[in-house]
Design a protein around this ligand. Structure first.
Ligand SMILES: CC(C)(COP(=O)(O)OP(=O)(O)OC[C@H]1O[C@@H](n2cnc3c(N)ncnc32)[C@H](O)[C@@H]1OP(=O)(O)O)[C@@H](O)C(=O)NCCC(=O)NCCS
Length: 148
């Protein structure tokens, strides 16, 4: 498995994984826009095929934000998301960013378990956060808790 920067020829494949992974996926134009504005955008590949991605940016000064993270179903459970997230966290840490946040559907028990295992902590629940009326957990991670 390799991790590299996203390039626009990956867009269709990233969008496919996004649609398969989320009930309220980002539009393809939004994914393109995130790249255009310079958000962090990494893909994981297996034999040259994109199998997962992570998108992240600075939400505000001193606060990084994980916007999206998803892995093709066939490749889950192989620690690919852990490696993508570790790369993003390392980039933030090297930029001197002390804290990272994200929102995740509170009912997405797999993702909540994943982020907790990585070291994110739940800060609060936000009712009705998503368009479909579901709630979000806001989670935080301190970048000095990794030692790479
Ligand atoms: C959440 C997601 C990104 C995890 O990707 P992954 O590559 O399968 O995760 P990893 O293999 O790195 O998992 C690391 C740890 O997370 C936890 N975890 C992962 N999948 C899990 C599952 N199905 N059930 C419970 N815990 C799980 C485990 O603790 C695991 O460690 P272990 O394998 O040593 O037990 C993936 O399931 C996915 O793409 N889901 C759909 C999109 C999504 O929900 N994204 C996150 C919200 S933004």
């Amino acid at each position: 498995m390799l991790i590299r920067e996203f390039n626009p020829s990956d867009l269709a494949r990233v969008y496919q994984i996004e649609v398969e992974s989320f009930s309220n996926p980002y539009e393809v134009a939004i994914l393109q826009q995130l790249y255009d504005i310079g958000a962090g955008f990494l893909v994981a590949t297996e034999d040259g095929d994109v199998v997962g991605y992570i998108i992240f940016w600075m939400k505000e000064e001193n606060l990084g934000h994980i916007i999206a993270l998803a892995i093709d179903r066939k490749y889950r459970g192989q620690h690919i998301a852990t490696r993508l997230l570790m790369m993003a966290v390392t980039i933030f840490r090297n930029m001197g960013v002390p804290k990272i946040t994200l929102e995740v559907k509170s009912q997405n028990t797999v993702a909540v378990s994943f982020y907790k295992k990585f070291g994110f902590e739940i800060d609060r629940k936000v009712p009705n956060y998503y368009e479909d009326g579901s709630d979000a957990y806001v989670m935080f991670f301190k970048t000095d808790s990794i030692k790479t």
